[in-house]
Design a protein around this ligand. Structure first.
Ligand SMILES: NC(=O)C1=CN([C@@H]2O[C@H](COP(=O)(O)OP(=O)(O)OC[C@H]3O[C@@H](n4cnc5c(N)ncnc54)[C@H](OP(=O)(O)O)[C@@H]3O)[C@@H](O)[C@H]2O)C=CC1
Ligand SMILES: O=C(O)C1=N[C@H](C(=O)O)C[C@H](O)C1
Length: 271
């Protein structure tokens, strides 16, 4: 069987390098290209050397267009604007676009939906098996525990993370809201400061911590009268996300265009 040809966006980034490593360890996929932001110091360097797996004969470029034309899929953990631009190329090339990028606004999501008419988009705020299982458990707990249990989502990430709450925290919030039959948008409290007044009934709160090199910690707290239930996930290695992204690409290969989630890939209930 011929390997699925994958390209990596943001190949010099923290996740980009993990993605190149994940591709190099999986015989079902092959690295067909790697690109970075124009002006990046990584342009011209070998993607395998950047990733620490030795030379792979794939130089980092700054032009995704010819790469998309010769690929079956793209793995993309970059920025919202870069992701939307790549989704338009993925639609033209009718390829799989696996998106891990977080911090997307409604306007970005609308453009991804448009691209998903022709591309197979698999997008998730967290590509790990553990977090997607956690989301299913959170949904179940939110439904079983009932409205007098307050829900708070706590997350901590490394000092370089630029968006908050994390994509995972929002995914877990969506799962909790689905379990309660609520809209997250209408019930979330994303920050607190000063005289906030008491906690609005039925709200889902978010708290964000940043520091050091933390890969990603998430806890959903169900706080009842006199007791608490806490469901947690701790990511110890970015390879869990990268291997999940490769799995998503293989799942999406030759599937019909659409906007899918990691829950679809893993066969788990989605929020
Ligand atoms: N869904 C999931 O499972 C996970 C999602 N993430 C998300 O992935 C994203 C990236 O995270 P991380 O790897 O830590 O961040 P990094 O900043 O380390 O990597 C992002 C890379 O993308 C590059 N880039 C920026 N613009 C473009 C462009 N137009 N074309 C190509 N490359 C570009 C950056 O280049 P430069 O630095 O030169 O600007 C950088 O090398 C974040 O949104 C993060 O939240 C992270 C882990 C898991
Ligand atoms: O930026 C990160 O690092 C991570 N981002 C994702 C998120 O926003 O949830 C996933 C993971 O927690 C790491």
């Amino acid at each position: 069987m011929t390997a699925m040809r994958l390209i990596v966006a943001g190949a010099a980034g923290r996740m980009g390098r993990a993605l190149v490593r994940a591709i190099s360890e999986n015989d079902g996929v092959a690295l067909a290209g790697a690109f970075e932001r124009a002006g990046s110091d990584a342009i011209g360097r070998d993607a395998g050397e950047l990733a620490g797996v030795g030379p792979l004969g794939v130089a980092v470029t700054d032009d995704p267009l010819p790469l998309v034309a010769a690929a079956d899929g793209a793995l993309d953990f970059t920025t919202p604007d870069a992701t939307v631009a790549l989704s338009e190329l993925a639609a033209q090339g009718r390829i799989v676009h696996v998106i891990g990028t977080t911090g997307l606004a409604e306007s970005h999501l609308q453009r991804l939906d448009a691209a998903a008419r022709h591309a197979v988009i698999v997008r998730s705020g967290n590509m790990s098996l553990g977090v997607n299982l956690l989301a299913a458990l959170v949904r179940q707990a939110a439904s079983a525990l009932g409205p007098d249990w307050d829900i708070e989502v706590l997350e901590m990430h490394h000092r370089a993370k630029v968006d908050a709450p994390s994509g995972t925290a929002l995914l877990l919030g969506e799962a909790a809201a689905a379990g309660r039959g609520l809209s997250l948008e209408e019930n979330s409290v994303r920050s607190r400061d000063g005289h906030t007044g008491p906690r609005p009934e039925g709200s889902i709160g978010f708290a964000t911590l940043r520091g050091g090199t933390v890969v990603g910690d998430h806890t959903v707290i169900f706080a009842g009268a006199g007791e608490r239930v806490e469901l947690s996930h701790r990511a110890e290695d970015r390879m869990i996300f990268a291997r999940g992204a490769v799995k998503a690409a293989l799942w999406g290969f030759r599937r019909k265009p659409g906007h899918y989630s990691m829950a679809d890939v893993l066969g788990l209930p989605s929020a």
